[in-house]
Design a protein around this ligand. Structure first.
Ligand SMILES: Cc1cc2nc3c(=O)[nH]c(=O)nc-3n(C[C@H](O)[C@H](O)[C@H](O)COP(=O)(O)O)c2cc1C
Length: 213
């Protein structure tokens, strides 16, 4: 293993800063299998507690299945909207928070809490580390997708029991991320929620502590 060249370093930081959560401007162009596999393999090379590799990836292209997930989202989103009032509510109602049908591929990333790999190393004090590991895989996927020019949108506004029923996910497995993936016609230079006036990025200096909280 050698050091990264300056261009390679730039490429990595560019992927980090230019990754976006994408909910619009998806193109219908299909995602070739080899490209999707590269992105999924990047996810599969994420760190995991005890090398547990607790993830599975469900690749969803079927329209009827995506239609059921979209209905699930719309119902969950109506409930989520209800906690906001006045100006925040109208802002919320104008946000686009999922692209389940527009994106040609959806991927559900799951966590198997009982996966027998790694013999429980690192999980005795904190069993939740299996979920953390799965989220690491999602982030790898998200960054790899960016360098493949694929937009990814994470949809968390879902009834997870209904999602498990739709995707026939066994009871002991937890769906962690539902991702909408596809080529896009444009990339936002800032988070969509920032652009829409919902939230800004906090200054790093306000979050940085030294030696104690
Ligand atoms: C765990 C998690 C859940 C998210 N759920 C949603 C969601 O349901 N709908 C949505 O539009 N964006 C969702 N997002 C995307 C965030 O809104 C987005 O990451 C954030 O606004 C920053 O924008 P950026 O990813 O483009 O930098 C989620 C992100 C994470 C990490």
């Amino acid at each position: 293993m050698s050091e990264f060249s300056i261009d390679e370093k730039r490429g990595l930081y560019r992927a980090i800063y230019e990754r976006r959560d994408v909910r619009s401007h998806f193109l219908p162009a299909p995602v070739p299998d080899d490209v999707l596999l590269r992105v999924l393999d990047a996810a599969h090379h994420a760190p995991s507690v005890g090398f547990m590799q607790p993830w599975d990836f469900i690749v969803i292209r079927d329209e009827a299945t995506r239609g059921a997930v979209r209905e699930n989202f719309e119902c969950a989103n109506r409930k989520a909207a209800a906690i906001y009032q006045d100006e925040k509510r109208s802002l919320y109602d104008n946000l686009k928070l999922a692209a389940i049908m527009e994106a040609p591929v959806n991927v559900c990333v799951t966590c198997d809490h009982q996966r027998n790999k790694g013999a429980g190393l690192g999980r005795q004090s904190n069993p939740t580390t299996d979920l953390y590991s799965t989220v690491c895989a999602v982030q790898n996927l998200w960054l790899a997708a960016r360098v493949e020019s694929l937009g990814v949108g994470w949809v968390s506004i879902l009834d997870h029991d209904a999602l498990k029923a739709t995707l026939k996910i066994p009871a002991e497995i937890t769906p962690v991320a539902y991702l909408c993936i596809g080529y896009v016609s444009e990339w936002g230079s800032q988070p969509e929620l920032e652009k829409q006036g919902w939230e800004n990025r906090e200054a790093l200096a306000n979050l940085l502590h030294h030696d104690r909280w």
